[in-house]
Design a protein around this ligand. Structure first.
Ligand code: GLU
Length: 417
């Protein structure tokens, strides 16, 4: 159960059930896909700066590895639960399938509050967590990456811990690494860039002029702040942004980079001088063309769905809209670009990073972005086509495509023994 009293895993199962019916999925296959392949819970003892030992709980869940190694980020957050990680792992399976990259799905999480920890504590936590999950991760079996409140430095510690245990450098064990140790050009911006590519496609389909569009962004971390920057560059007007502490609103427009600078200095966007304060709740309900939820799950629920006024919602976050809210938004004819499509740019460039690392041959940022655009646009158009053909919303279409691909791979491989 998360803060809102909603269990994301139950949501993921419900989505699967609805899609199973739509694609006439065999009941045995449905049973297989409902269950994560592996769930690992670990205790992580860490010596804190005051000399005391604190034991944290961590998880790594591999939902499916039929189409390739398990892939997915690791989040550090005080509210992480096993069921949340299970849901996120399942969504990774669908995400990789919908963009057609050869991975299964996984996710990891550690229950901690990284904002209250020193860099030394975070390093010790990361290294111990890595050595606890080392039995199931590796470049051929499960490849972690950044997620909420984890970053390239944390990926570097994971890579180093894993490599030290193996006795040689293993860059392919993790993606989202710093460039100096085998990261990819374009990876840090990839989640947002991919999201913006899908927004451009959606705007074209809906005949919305991006140069006149107004944008609201919830969450100003890696996905949200870069999405605001790129949309700003496209000519959109960013009228409101927020982070976990609150938001800033200015109908005349906010400079996405200036406010990022302000957040870096003060820790939040909320008291930004050239805008007025707005709560996260109010922000979601602003009238705008494009709403980008880029924070946590279950932000748009049956409580507020009716008051959402955006034309397009691009889910840069995973699971920001609950199924009940989905129904309300769909009746209001709001065009939703679902998470497994909208934020798949991150894992797509993670895939590029892994491929470059395995080949020890690195590409330019231009090459990365062009390949990313190809994959995102193709996936968007495949999902849009299916949604129009089957008269279903974009989320249902994306899930239909993804689940069918995973089911087909499972069928072809057959059941062992
Ligand atoms: N954490 C990101 C996601 O939810 C990226 C995962 C990855 O790059 O493996 O898609």
């Amino acid at each position: 159960m998360n803060k809102e009293g909603i269990n994301p895993y139950q949501i993921a199962l419900k989505q699967l059930e609805e899609v199973a019916e739509k694609i006439d999925l065999d009941s045995g296959m449905h049973e297989i896909l409902k269950h994560p392949k592996r769930e690992l819970t670990v205790s992580i003892p860490v010596k804190m700066d005051d000399g005391k030992i604190k034991v944290f709980t961590g998880y790594r869940v591999q939902h499916n590895v039929t189409r390739g190694p398990a892939k997915g980020g690791i989040r550090y957050h005080p509210q992480v639960t096993l069921d949340e990680v299970k849901a996120l792992a399942m969504w990774m399976t669908w995400k990789c399938a919908v963009v057609g990259i050869p991975y299964g799905g996984a996710k990891g999480g550690v229950v901690c509050d990284p904002k209250k920890m020193s860099s030394g504590e975070l390093e010790r936590l990361t290294r111990r967590y890595t050595s606890e999950i080392i039995i199931i991760i590796g470049p051929e079996c499960d490849i972690p990456a950044p997620d909420v409140y984890t970053n390239p430095q944390i990926m570097a510690w994971i890579m180093d811990t894993y490599s030290t245990n193996r006795g040689h450098s293993v860059p392919g064990v993790v993606t989202g690494k710093p460039l100096a140790i085998g990261g990819s050009e374009g990876r840090e911006e990839a989640t947002a860039r991919g999201c913006v590519y899908t927004i451009e496609n959606a705007a074209k389909h809906l005949e919305i002029d991006m140069r006149e569009a107004t944008v609201v962004v919830q969450g100003y971390g890696n996905a949200g702040s870069v999405a605001a920057k790129l949309l700003h560059q496209e000519g959109c007007k960013i009228i409101a942004v927020s982070d976990s502490q609150g938001g800033a609103y200015n109908p005349k427009g906010i400079d996405s980079l200036k406010i990022l600078d302000y957040k870096r200095k003060t820790g939040s966007v909320k008291a930004y001088k050239e805008a007025e304060f707005i709560s996260n709740k109010e922000l979601l309900e602003l009238e705008c063309d494009i709403l980008v939820p880029a924070a946590l799950e279950s932000q748009i629920t049956k409580e507020n769905a009716d008051r959402i006024k955006a034309k397009i919602i691009a889910e840069a976050a995973n699971g920001p809209i609950t199924p009940e809210a989905d129904k309300v938004l769909s009746e209001k004819e709001i065009f939703i670009i679902p998470d497994i499509l909208a934020n798949a740019g991150g894992v797509t460039v993670s895939y590029f990073e892994w491929v470059q690392g395995l080949q020890a041959y690195f590409w330019s940022e231009r090459e990365v972005n062009l390949k990313l655009r190809d994959i995102m646009s193709k996936a968007f158009n495949n999902v849009l086509r299916l949604s129009l053909e089957k008269k279903v919303d974009m989320r249902t279409a994306a899930l239909m495509l993804a689940v069918s691909r995973v089911a087909e791979a499972t069928r072809i491989r057959g059941l062992y023994p």
